[in-house]
Design a protein around this ligand. Structure first.
Ligand SMILES: Cc1cc2nc3c(=O)[nH]c(=O)nc-3n(C[C@H](O)[C@H](O)[C@H](O)COP(=O)(O)OP(=O)(O)OC[C@H]3O[C@@H](n4cnc5c(N)ncnc54)[C@H](O)[C@@H]3O)c2cc1C
Length: 293
């Protein structure tokens, strides 16, 4: 399959990219890693008139790790985040999740920011941004704005980035003291999009009892869904969180849809079972981290 004809520009700075995109407005589309956009073009499911290729904007190829969190530039590939020991130390959930994105070859090319802007309900990093309460910095002709995760995902494949704008950076807050995380999912074949996935963050008090717990779900709702689970597991010991009430609590609050990969009932079952697993692993990770401090 060949894509429909398009005009092509290759800016070399953020400013130039923003200017080109602002000029093109509705007619311009950013090309980052191309791992989602190029299949859409080749299958002729999208036909943008102009592609603005940001692969030469090398100033956006960065990971900045500070005690408050990890900043991921728009040209940083999934694989860079996966390999960064500094990023994994400051926020372990990043590596736990990004290693589950597709295959290594796709992670070598696909960008984390591109994946977030693409807003696929099955995307791991959209769930992570939502679970951690991160944000995305967006630049346009009128200047920059920072959009919190809760306002960023508008629908399936629809984000708050408007025509003519460039998402320049995603910010993932650091792990808080006493907390641990886990990310787990089920896919039909290794590297496929998950039929269901769950990321969890659990916070423990000084006695290693749960004082906070929340989970994010993928392939369950049109936009990333985050549930607060604290009322179900609050006060339980870190090694005693995998309780059946947790599954029932989750299943009562989700409305998964059937598709060719899974029935709604199977997805609901997976969401409950994977929540137990993710919460148990996150609680153990929190306890392990506390013991090594
Ligand atoms: C076989 C296969 C399996 C995959 N499996 C998974 C999976 O399991 N989980 C998962 O999360 N992803 C998966 N992906 C998608 C992959 O993660 C892509 O990297 C990601 O969706 C998009 O990143 P990209 O850099 O390739 O963006 P592109 O494909 O270049 O762009 C995607 C969209 O985002 C827009 N965009 C990109 N960057 C910006 C920006 N900085 N500012 C504004 N708009 C922007 C583009 O205009 C386009 O509309 C898979 C892809 C393939 C081909």
């Amino acid at each position: 399959m060949k894509p429909p004809a398009f005009d092509y520009s290759r800016p070399t700075s953020t400013r130039e990219a923003v200017n080109v995109l602002a000029e093109l407005g509705e007619d311009g589309n950013v090309l980052a890693g191309g791992q989602s956009l190029l299949p859409l073009l080749n299958m002729r499911l999208a036909a943008p008139r102009n592609l603005v290729d940001i692969n030469a904007v090398t100033e956006l190829d960065y990971l900045r790790v500070t005690p408050d969190g990890v900043r991921v530039g728009a040209l940083s590939r999934h694989s860079a985040l996966e390999r960064s020991d500094d990023a994994a130390r400051v926020q372990p959930l990043l590596r736990q999740a990004v290693r589950l994105v597709a295959h290594a070859t796709i992670r070598n090319r696909g960008t984390t920011v591109g994946s977030i802007v693409h807003a696929d309900p099955s995307g791991e990093m959209t769930a992570v941004l939502s679970l951690l309460g991160g944000s995305v910095r967006v630049a346009g002709s009128a200047g920059e704005r920072t959009v919190p995760a809760e306002d960023f995902f508008l629908g399936p494949l629809e984000s708050a980035v408007r025509p003519g704008e460039l998402a320049v950076e995603a910010f993932f807050p650091a792990r808080t003291p006493g907390s641990g995380s886990s990310f787990t999912e089920i896919s039909r074949r290794h590297g496929d999009y998950a039929v269901c996935g769950v990321g969890a963050v659990v916070e423990l008090d000084a006695d290693l009892r749960v004082c906070g717990a929340r989970a994010a779900f993928l392939s369950i709702s049109p936009t990333p869904l985050v549930l607060d689970l604290a009322e179900v597991v609050h006060g339980r010991s870190f090694d005693d969180t995998a309780i059946e009430e947790l599954s029932a609590y989750v299943q009562a609050r989700i409305d998964p849809q059937p598709d060719i990969h899974a029935t709604a009932a199977y997805r609901s079952h997976l969401a409950g079972a994977l929540t137990l697993r993710a919460v148990r692993e996150a609680a153990r990770a929190a306890a392990d981290l506390e013991r090594t401090v």
